[in-house]
Write a protein that binds this ligand. Sequence first.
Ligand SMILES: Nc1ncnc2c1ncn2[C@@H]1O[C@H](COP(=O)(O)OP(=O)(O)OP(=O)(O)O)[C@@H](O)[C@H]1O
Length: 517
Amino acid sequence: MNVWGVSTKDVVRLVRAGLIASGAELAGLALMATAAWLLLKAAEQPPLASLTVAIVAVRTLALLRGGLRYAERLAGHEVVLRYLGALRTRVYTSLLPHRVSRHSGGDLVTRLVSDVDAVQDAILRCLLPAGVAAFVGLASTTVALIISPAAGFTLALGLAVAGIVLPWLCVRITRSAAEASAPARADLAERAVELVTGRRELIAYGVHESTVDAAHTAVDALAARDRATANRTSLLAAAGMLVQLLTCVTIALVAGVSTPLTAALALGALTVFELVLPLTAAAQRWVEVQTSAQRVRALLTEPAPARGTAVPEPGHLRLEGVGVRFPGRAPALEGVDLDLPPGKRVGILGPSGAGKTTVLNVLLGFVAPTSGRVVLKGKPLDEYDPTLLPSVVSGALADAHVFHTTVRENLLLAKPGATDAELLEACSTAGFDLPLDREVGSDGDALSGGQRQRLVLARAVLAAPPILVLDEPVEGLDPEHGDAVLADVLAAARGTVVLVTHREAHVAGFDEVLRLG
Ligand SMILES: Nc1ncnc2c1ncn2[C@@H]1O[C@H](COP(=O)(O)OP(=O)(O)OP(=O)(O)O)[C@@H](O)[C@H]1O
């Protein structure tokens, strides 16, 4: 299987769709030519018997064309939809390992939705029509050459101009326009995503209007460019029609065969052009599709980060001289040692930006150290399967996501199959008192900040991992209530605990306190 994941079965299905489509078009072409021949022959008033075959042929071809067109739609869409389903899954799987660090929100949406849809157009609107036009064009030119070499030659010339030269010119025009507008398009995609996701903040700080205006300006600039390109490509489309007209007229003049045959040749040529003329528009789409295809291809060929396969088990976790440096930034952590045997309780204190959350992210395997190493039960953390690590280390992080569903469903993520009694016990430990059936809104926006925080905490309590990490878990609560909740959570924790906090009092009685910054 190649990088696009096209199997032999896909190719067979595509060729079958192409052959059915060519059959439909040839039937249409033969229908037009036979009908033209029949009309003019009938005008000569020959015996009816000499027209019978043509009359039957016209009826048969009309039925055949309709039936084949239907079959072609089915076959073409079947191959494309099947293939796209598989491709979208592969693109999604390729995006997962890089999603946070390498791609922004707008970029992710573009890659997963429009780039993959563009591949659909590449097959249905470009490759298939071009293949069918080439096949039918060659077949009809061959027949025309046999009937009248002069007409056949004229047809070949006309088809070459309309089917090769004009699409080629269109590719050149569209490609240079696409290259010029690519950065503006990427910028617009980013603006659109930020306008949607950051709407509340933009309104709150009074910059929503100006941000929308800036986006409109970007849209207008792009639209002006697109109009200029459209003007040039529509000239090419008009040129194609002119070529069609000239070819048909020339065939009528130079064919040198009987009037009915000349009519059949001229009208047949007219019909073949109906297949070839859309290739100019298809060429334009092809250029747009290529950019998307390159992005999909880049994603599919990007090597996935090495991923461990060992199954993690609870045990001794250690940070040994761990340093973390985000690209282009000063080091977030340098030479941090932390020893976490089972059952140990460690507090992490330090000013804002000292790297406390980064330590937790390293423990959770979310951030890989740029120096030093993390060892679980004697093995580097990256040798373990990252999807299984949460069974050993998990907890409540400040930016934990809350899903747009009920409290119950949000909690069950931590322990699928937990009974309501277990859920309520975890809620009670975390001081969360809303009903389990309460909808929490998108990312918990139907909850107060404190409720959201306690829901995340209840989820961590329910998961009860052997190593529990907590990132300022009661920061949003009033101090008295927060202290009580934290005390309950710590009392319920059975294994190792790593607590990030700004308050010394929270880590009183802990086995170790790591001070950063
Ligand atoms: N994904 C990231 N990309 C770039 N820099 C980052 C990233 N995450 C954190 N940093 C930087 O690393 C440093 C440490 O951040 P971290 O969130 O660990 O601090 P913190 O001690 O938890 O702060 P706070 O108490 O405010 O939560 C900061 O300078 C921060 O800007």
